[in-house]
Ligand binder design. Structure first.
Ligand SMILES: Cc1ncc(COP(=O)(O)O)c(C=O)c1O
Length: 451
């Protein structure tokens, strides 16, 4: 009888996070203070982050223990199942074995609560009463709303305007957990007001929403800012995914040749792929593939340079793959992938050739999502559909070559709040965006001096 799911007990949740920093092929360039051009000091970050998270941002320890109160909450949905996609394999007629880790089973519907819970915990422990954040598709905002609710904190979410109107029920979901969510750019912050003055019709971007959330946090003593991706500590918290997957793949008697994840800021890809880095470094033949949208091709068309994490230039400068902090990506439905930069850790591994990057256009991804839904039953988020598109291509390649291979990917979230996007796809109202070369050239011309 074929086995479809590989499950771990609650006791088998990883007890520490895996830190990739000691396993990097070279030193990670430090964040810079934009005013001085010198490496940022912990004090530069203390206005918006608690000490414990700043420490995790820079630690060189190979692992970081997960405090019991965090484990206790992760047990609400972890360990997540590892599925074998037998039905998809049959539908594709491929000799490839396909496995996926299902992060869509979390209460908020994606991998994002893995770090939201940890971030809320450390902020609460530091006496913070309120968290602000940005959100693209609403998955991260929902996750932080859930986490703040668990710890009895207030939560304020700036949601990218085009996604706010594409996915109205995400806001309702955040309100169910007691958070407040408004469209960004808003008239509530100086950063938002400036963007609206230049372009009242601006669809928003993650870079703009980050500026608003950071400004709000810096202006309130009891408030900190929380980021859903990109930073080292966020990627660290997501490594429970890959650590569980390694144990579950052993249960399945398999070992991946390809590890695939979609990439917005890099956290779900890193969460699955980073725990496999030591095996790859030790010589195992293993491809780690990050999939991004063709409309926001940060790794495949960007430059590796110091840039701001936000539109207004309030964050430290990060050395990363970037399209320029001014770049406002086209309003694709994978809102969580509309970010101009990429996590410094993923960027470094990409530039070192440890991680490969590919880009996919929106229509091909929706087509792949439907193939997946009709075979496996799960309707994935538009972000996740990028990983699915790549998995299907690799499985079909295996069929053409008549070669056995094992593919593992991260099903980073379900798409239950993305029905408007699927509806538009069925109505033939979605299109692919041209690679916005001119806009990217313009944005790259505004990179800060340090680069
Ligand atoms: C379901 C889902 N997957 C992937 C992403 C991309 O983010 P990251 O690259 O940080 O995982 C998002 C972001 O919102 C998301 O909601």
């Amino acid at each position: 009888m074929p086995e479809y799911r590989y499950l771990l007990s609650e006791r088998e949740i990883p007890k520490s996070w895996y830190n990739v920093i000691p396993d990097l092929p070279g030193p990670l360039p430090p964040p810079l203070n934009p005013a001085t051009g010198q490496p940022a000091q912990p004090s530069d970050l203390e206005a918006i982050f608690p000490h414990a998270l700043i420490e995790q941002e820079v630690t060189g320890a190979p692992s970081v223990p997960i405090p019991d109160p965090i484990l206790d909450i992760l047990r609400m949905w972890r360990p997540t199942p590892l599925h074998r996609a037998h039905r998809l394999e049959r539908a594709l007629g491929t000799p490839a074995k396909i496995f996926y880790k299902n992060e869509g089973v979390s209460p908020a519907g994606s991998h994002k609560p893995n770090t939201a819970i940890a971030q809320a915990y450390y902020n609460k422990a530091a006496g913070i009463k309120r968290l602000t954040t940005e959100t693209g598709a609403g998955q991260w905002g929902s996750a932080l709303a859930l986490a703040c609710n668990v710890f009895g904190m207030e939560c304020m979410v700036y949601m990218v305007k085009c996604s706010f109107y594409q996915k109205p029920h995400r806001r309702t979901m955040m309100e169910c957990w007691g958070a407040r969510c408004i469209p960004s750019p808003s008239d509530q912050t100086r950063a938002g007001q400036k963007v609206l003055a230049d372009d009242p019709e601006c669809p928003g971007s993650l870079g703009i929403a980050i500026s608003e959330a950071v400004e709000d946090a810096a202006a309130h003593q009891d408030t900190n800012y929380s980021l859903g991706s990109v930073l080292n500590h966020v990627l660290l918290h997501q490594t429970v995914i890959g650590q569980e997957a390694i144990v579950q793949m052993k249960l399945a008697g398999a070992s991946p040749d390809l590890v695939i994840g979609c990439c917005g800021g890099g956290s779900n890809f890193a969460g699955l792929a980073f725990p496999f880095v030591p095996a790859k470094a030790a010589g195992k033949s293993l491809r780690l593939i990050a999939v991004e949208p063709a409309a926001c091709p940060t790794m495949t068309k960007g430059v590796y340079a110091y840039d701001f994490g936000d539109k207004s230039g309030m964050t430290p400068l990060l050395k990363m793959d970037t399209l320029g902090h001014d770049f406002v990506p086209p309003g694709i439905h994978a809102g969580g992938l509309r970010y101009h930069g990429m996590a410094p850790l993923v960027s470094l591994l990409h530039r070192a050739g440890v991680v490969e990057a590919v880009s996919y256009p929106q229509l091909k991804c929706f087509e792949a999502a439907l193939t997946f839904a009709r075979a496996e039953g799960i309707i994935v988020a538009p972000e996740t559909s990028h990983a699915v598109g790549c998995v299907i291509d690799e499985a079909l390649k295996a069929r053409e070559e008549g070669r056995q291979k094992t593919i593992l990917f991260n099903l980073s979230g379900h798409g239950h709040f993305d029905m408007a996007a699927y509806e538009k796809y069925f109505a033939g109202e979605l299109s692919d965006y041209e690679y916005p070369a001119e806009k990217i050239r313009e944005a790259l011309a505004h990179l800060p001096k340090a680069s």
